[in-house]
Write a protein that binds this ligand. Structure first.
Ligand SMILES: Cc1cc2nc3c(=O)[nH]c(=O)nc-3n(C[C@H](O)[C@H](O)[C@H](O)COP(=O)(O)OP(=O)(O)OC[C@H]3O[C@@H](n4cnc5c(N)ncnc54)[C@H](O)[C@@H]3O)c2cc1C
Length: 389
């Protein structure tokens, strides 16, 4: 057993950690305070720079502009970005997911058309359009329509809570192509350019955290998409969604780990500098125990994430592993950000410090890309199936 990163993954981690600290973290407070309105240009410039560094197509073959760095590189990248700016991390995570789904399931023409602009940053981001008003944890019940018309499909419906919809160059969209099929069946997945006629942006959500990332409705009215842009098989798109969400969970877990790590780093610094009752907080056993527990959980979260990423890289099953990693890391981030805030006392609640932002940014990580309850359902299903086999 070898716990060391490969030389290449180590190099990627060091590079991304350095960029994250120098270019990404300084912008995070402005994006947060202005709900992403101020600093948008700098944010988009950062996304372009991250693409040029090879971070938007980490699991995409080089022939389409990707960096073929693999799942472990994706995990360490997302941890570094999560520690610096969760909104940027989310954008990179979802864009990588979209690139990966196109790369895995698109035909040659679709890959040639969609992947290079995602990977080289010509498109600032890409969006994953699955959720609808009546279909969140249960995406198989989605209602958006896809009606076949010759060599095209025509899409009608509304997707909600779509990350990066404002600046995405393309969307991966799921719609019901066989109205007679039961829940979870008869769904087709499409790659759609964002400037396709009939697409418009709806409501822009105001959120608790991750303010730099725009979360928006996307409305599809008579959007014509050629059948050649189907991802996976016709009527077989649900399988594509489930497969891609599994990999995405490694990204969200890693981002959550990064947020928790940043909060704990601030807490350790504060504990070493702040004195009360004539002693540093760091010398008080009550504070030491809080830090010791949180650091132990952080290591456990990182091991679960790297284990899942390693299994994916080896081509081994990783459904249970990815759900455990996402569940544990996102729940760790809740506890760690609150512990770190508590160690800051009143300062933790004040916006001059990043602690309250970390706590708000971490909150959504137990919800999107499968809530903690859904992760538990998946884990239970996997372990019970194995037991029964
Ligand atoms: C900021 C943000 C960004 C997002 N970005 C995207 C995006 O880019 N693309 C996209 O497609 N979606 C996106 N989403 C949607 C997100 O994935 C969903 O919100 C999430 O999957 C939960 O769905 P829901 O909100 O409908 O909650 P619901 O499904 O209504 O769940 C409500 C509660 O019930 C629980 N629950 C549901 N079913 C069960 C069950 N069987 N057993 C036990 N408990 C259950 C849930 O865990 C939750 O606690 C985003 C959401 C947010 C807030």
């Amino acid at each position: 057993m070898d716990f060391a990163l490969s030389e290449e993954d180590q190099m990627i981690r060091d590079t991304v950690e350095a960029i994250a600290a120098s270019e990404i973290a300084p912008l995070a407070p402005l994006l947060d305070h202005s709900f992403g309105k101020e600093g948008r240009e700098a944010f988009l410039a950062n996304l372009k720079m991250l693409a040029e560094t090879g971070l938007m197509g980490l699991n995409v073959p080089a022939e389409y502009g990707g960096s073929e760095a693999g799942p472990i590189a994706y995990a360490v990248t997302m941890e570094a970005l999560g520690a610096a700016c969760a909104a940027t991390a989310l954008t990179v995570s979802v864009t990588n997911m979209v690139a990966e789904v196109i790369s895995r399931t698109g035909n040659e023409e679709t890959k040639q058309r969609f992947l290079p602009p995602i990977c080289d940053g010509s498109w600032p981001a890409a969006s994953f359009c699955l959720t609808e008003e009546g279909a969140g944890s249960d995406p198989g019940s989605l209602r958006m329509k896809a009606r076949r018309d010759g060599d095209d499909y025509i899409l009608d419906g509304t997707k909600i809570y779509i990350s990066s919809a404002d600046y995405a160059g393309c969307y991966v969209v799921w719609a019901k192509s066989d109205p007679e099929a039961r829940t979870g069946k008869g769904i087709t997945c499409f790659a759609v350019a964002a400037d396709t006629p009939g697409i418009s942006l709806g409501r822009l959500e105001e959120k608790m955290g991750q303010h730099g990332s725009a979360t928006r409705e996307v409305v599809f009215e008579g959007v014509r998409v050629p059948v050649s842009q189907i991802l996976g098989g016709e009527h077989d798109g649900f399988r594509v969604a489930v497969g891609e969400l599994t990999g995405g969970r490694i990204g969200i877990g890693s981002m959550a780990l990064g947020i928790g790590r940043a909060a704990l780093s601030a807490a350790k610094e504060h504990a070493l500098n702040r004195k009360q009752f004539g002693n540093r907080l760091a010398d008080m056993q009550g504070i030491q125990w809080m830090l010791a527990d949180a650091e132990t959980e952080m290591e456990a979260a990182r091991l679960l994430i790297l284990r899942a990423a390693w299994a994916k890289a080896q081509g081994l099953p990783f459904v249970k592993e990815a759900s455990m990693a996402k569940l544990y890391a996102s729940e760790f981030a809740q506890r760690a950000t609150y512990t770190a805030l508590q160690i800051h006392g009143g300062a933790g609640y004040i916006r001059d410090y990043p602690l309250e932002r970390y706590a708000r940014d971490a909150r959504i990580t137990t919800i999107y890309e499968g809530t903690s309850e859904i992760q538990r359902l998946i884990i239970a299903r996997e372990v019970l199936l194995r037991q029964a086999a």
